[in-house]
Design a protein around this ligand. Sequence first.
Ligand SMILES: Cc1cc2nc3c(=O)[nH]c(=O)nc-3n(C[C@H](O)[C@H](O)[C@H](O)COP(=O)(O)OP(=O)(O)OC[C@H]3O[C@@H](n4cnc5c(N)ncnc54)[C@H](O)[C@@H]3O)c2cc1C
Length: 402
Amino acid sequence: MTQRIAIVGIGVAGSVVAAHLARRHDCEVTLIERVTATSQADSGTGLNIGPNGLAALESLDPALAAQVRAISLPWCEWGIGLADGTKLAHFDLMAMAGCAGVRVRWAELYGLLRGLAGGHVRFGAEVIDARRGDDGRIALDVEVGGQRQWTDPFDLVIAGDGRYSILRQKLVGPAPVEHMGVALARLLWPDDSNGVIDDYVQWYCGHHRLFGYRVPGNALYLTASFPFEPGSPVPEAYKQPEVFRKVITPAGPIAPGAAYLIDRLSANVADLHWARNQQAPIAYRDEGGRLLILGDGAHPMVPTLGQGATQALEDGVAAAAAVTALLDRGSSDFPALTAAIDQGRRERVKFVMDLSWRASEPMLLGAEPVSAHRFLQSDEFRSGLMDVFNGHVRASAFRALA
Ligand SMILES: Cc1cc2nc3c(=O)[nH]c(=O)nc-3n(C[C@H](O)[C@H](O)[C@H](O)COP(=O)(O)OP(=O)(O)OC[C@H]3O[C@@H](n4cnc5c(N)ncnc54)[C@H](O)[C@@H]3O)c2cc1C
C-alpha cells in the first residue's frame, strides 16, 4: 500500500526532508507551506549557521551543502569584547571544528531551500487543525484562499512548522514557554561600515550585546539586545529612537565597530525586527508516533550560539536519512522510527539548548559584563562549544536506525 506522508512547514528543517522525499514514487508526499512562493515577509534579516549544521548537511547531501556555502560568507571566528574595545574571548571556528560555518541572508537561504522541492509545494496553504484517529494516523484541516478542508489521514506527518507549531499544540499539547527576559532588535543594512564590521564580533555595553557581521550582497546584519521583565512584552520605550540610542550608548570611549552599530541601529529604529528569547521543553513526536516534529517546533531555543536553524538542519538531515532508509527497505513502521529519532536527537539538542541559555547570562537584566563573561572565558565553555561544533548528526547513523 502506498504510504501517505505530509510535511507541514517548508522552512529550514522541512525543506531538507522535502527535498529527499518529494520525488519518490513509492509514497505520496504532500508539502504544505503557509507563505506564498514569493513571500519575503519572514526573511528580512540574516543568520549564522554553525559548522556542525554544514557538516551534517554534507553527510546527507554534499551538493546542497555546497549550494548553501555558495550563497553565504564563511563564519570563521567569533570575537567577544566590551564596547570600549577590551577583548574578553575569541573562538577560531576553523581550528575548533575543522570547517567554517556560514553567514547568510534569510531571504536567500529560504529561496534556495524552498526551491529544492518547489514544484511540489502547496504554497499559501495553512494547517489550522489536526486530529489523530484510533489507528494513530493524522488528518489535517488545511485552509487555502479562505476555504478550509480536512485531508484524508496520513501515515506520517512531519511538522516543520516552526516556533509556534500548530501541530505540536494540537497533537502533543501547548508547550510551556520559558521566557529569558531578553529581546533582540535586528536590522539588515547596506554595508557602509568601511570594514569595521566583517566576521562575527560582539561588543557588550553593560548588559546590552551589540553585534554585527557582513552577509552577501554588500549588506550587514546588525543587532542589539535589551533585557526586560521575563514574560512581559518588549517595552515600547525601547522602540523610541532617542530612548534606544540613550540606553545602548556607553559613557567613555567606544570602539569603532560598536559606535557604528549604535549609530545605524538607533537611526533606523522604525525598521528593526524584534524577537524575544525563549525556549520550551523538547517534544519530537506525539503519543501515536506518527507525528514527527522537527526544528523550532520540537525545541524552541534561544539564538545566542546561532544554533536554532543549525539544529533545524541537523534534524532535517536525521529525518531525511531515517525516513528514506525506512522507505527503501519497504517498511512502514513510522512509530518505531519517530521513537528512534527522538532517542537519537534528544540528548544532543538538550545539551545545545542548555549551553545556549547559559551563554546568554551577560545579556540578563543588570548583568555586569566582565564577571558575567567568566563562564564564556572558561575551559568548560570552550569544550562545550567544541562538542556543539563537532558532535553533529551524521546521515549514516540515522540511516542505520531505520
Ligand atoms: C532573533 C533571532 C535570531 C536568530 N538567529 C539565528 C542564527 O543566527 N542562527 C541560527 O541557526 N538560528 C537563528 N535563529 C533561529 C532560527 O530562526 C530558527 O531556529 C529556525 O528558523 C528554525 O527552523 P525550522 O525549520 O524549525 O522553522 P522555520 O524556518 O521557522 O520554518 C517554519 C515554516 O513553517 C511554516 N508554517 C508555520 N506554521 C504553518 C502552518 N500552520 N501551516 C503551514 N505552514 C506553516 C512557516 O511559514 C515557515 O516556512 C534565530 C531566531 C531568532 C528569533
